[in-house]
Design a protein around this ligand. Structure first.
Ligand SMILES: [Fe+2]
Ligand SMILES: [Fe+2]
Length: 196
């Protein structure tokens, strides 16, 4: 592009030279702020898992709309949005640690479920799966003595406690509503107001 700004080559070379020297110094002091490839790849995979969560919940939101359960649809859409912020948190972090992004294809989520209970069952199971992924990531970061990544992951560990509790509560309530249309609509109304 004609008007795009570009640093002169010499300046670029100097920055790279400075970064290399600084990294060597930090390494000597036992501090390696450049993310290792192994952790970087694992976080890249986690970004994919978070984006898949967003996709799955968005698909569920659409399913609930078709069932005239707009409260559940809103609840799921909110969760999808939250998953996007999780993906972005990891994304910013990898770049901040001078890592490389390698965005992968996101698998297609299911488009329909047998019942609201079946959908919430899958949400809860999915959150449990994500918790296991976060824990495995934390284990990897701990083994590699990557304390910065450990600190980031601690936030996700706490977040998952909340996510599992909320989705489990929703599933249990949906089960209680059972075949009662009235109870299901009351629950849908409650969910639409942002109450779990
Ligand atoms: Fe998440
Ligand atoms: Fe989640």
């Amino acid at each position: 592009m004609k008007n795009s700004f570009r640093l002169p080559n010499k300046v670029c070379r100097d920055i790279i030279k400075y970064q290399t020297i600084r990294q060597k110094e930090l390494k000597k002091e036992g501090i390696n702020m450049v993310i290792t490839e192994k952790i970087q790849d694992a976080i890249n995979q986690q970004i994919n898992a978070e984006l898949y969560s967003a996709y799955l919940y968005l698909s569920m939101s659409a399913y609930f709309e078709t069932q005239n359960l707009s409260g559940f649809a809103k609840w799921m859409k909110g969760h999808a949005q939250e998953e996007l912020t999780h993906a972005m948190k990891f994304y910013e972090y990898v770049l901040e640690r001078m890592g490389k992004m390698a965005l992968q294809a996101i698998p297609a989520p299911p488009a329909k479920w047998d019942s609201p209970v079946a959908a919430f069952e899958q949400v809860y199971q999915h959150e449990q799966k994500v918790t296991a992924l976060i824990n495995a990531l934390l284990e990897l970061a701990t083994t590699h003595k990557d304390y910065a990544t450990c600190a980031l992951l601690q936030w996700f560990v706490n977040e998952q406690v909340e996510e599992e509790a909320n989705t489990c509560k929703m599933l249990e309530k949906a089960k209680l509503a059972g075949a009662s249309v009235g109870a299901l609509f009351a629950l849908d109304h409650q969910a639409g107001k942002g109450k779990d």
